[in-house]
Design a protein around this ligand. Sequence first.
Ligand SMILES: [Zn+2]
Ligand SMILES: [Zn+2]
Length: 392
Amino acid sequence: MDILKRAREIQPEVVANRRYLHQHPELGFDLDNTVRFVKEKLTEMGYVPLDCGDHGVVATVGGKHGGKCILIRGDMDALPMAEESGLDFASLRGDAAHTCGHDTHTATLLGAAKILKEMEDELPGTVKLMFQPAEELCAGARSMLEDGVLENPKVDAAFGTHIMAMLESGKVAYAPGPMFASCDLFTITVKGHGGHGSQPQTSIDPIVVGAHLITALQTINAREVAPSDIAVLTIGCFQAGSACNIIPESAKLMGSIRSFDADVRAFVKQRLIEITEGTVKTFRATADIEFMNETGPVVTDKGVMQSLGDAVAAVLGEEHMIRDLAPFSGSEDFGYITAAVPAGFFAIGGSPKDYPALPQHNPRIRFDEDAFVNGVATYVAGAVGWLEANRE
Ligand SMILES: [Zn+2]
Ligand SMILES: [Zn+2]
């Protein structure tokens, strides 16, 4: 089968599916309509879609001649924001919008499903399709993992894709090794002792403790992490107090840690705990530390990535590939999958024509729909090519 030609032929259907999903965005795990739509389309193609995790969908194709199993993943959730793209198929909801392009991942994975079903008799192995919820909550991949997405049949390799409006349309890119950073969100609640603003000696001021803490935590980056390692620690929120003359009971600090390396990540988290405990103790306060959405980095397996990259290049042409992309400091919960099985990841260039290339999550973001051809072809070429190269 000429994969690229077939991807071009089904492009109108991919665009129509994408526009429907774009107009009807859903959030997190609340994907009733999206899941219904995906299952309906898969069933029409002859698949038997199965529920997996909380609002995840799995379907398999091939395996008639034995062989290995590769998983290809597309996420389905939107973001809780209003859309300002000005597109005539913009979100019909005021409180949800596909500003990260996950609608395009769902639609291109459905397109790939169609082509793979047509190729089923010749597939040199099994392809497992993973339609994932709640990527933006960094929770959907874990939900499907815990429900056995990598079992029955057992998955030998995997890859995901993400459209990028700031990457030139027509290009498909990857980073060998680290590609997205880990993300650990945290909340530190500093507990002091409230009192009158005129009598600080009778209270323990959590605002002053919090101010020391913010400064102390910055020394992890500045003084403790090696210059050759990368870590970002940001306090994005500091809340305390209600009036000029009240020393409050508590203060809340919220922040995030990003890194590309498991050891650096663990070290920064450990030092955050130690420095917080030491600092609050110095000032007679106490603190509760809570970590949330702990997502590991997306680290592509060099061997699998090379094999996938070669397979995609053979279909799209080497001139369309970028094989040495700089890692993104953003995060992707596909990190749960790359930690569990040798895996790859592709960024699909989707910069719009005659419109500014905006960052993901911008309310005015648009993507070039022509890029969906590459999205579909990348899924199919990567999966089939990897199975061929790793025939048992
Ligand atoms: Zn996003
Ligand atoms: Zn995304």
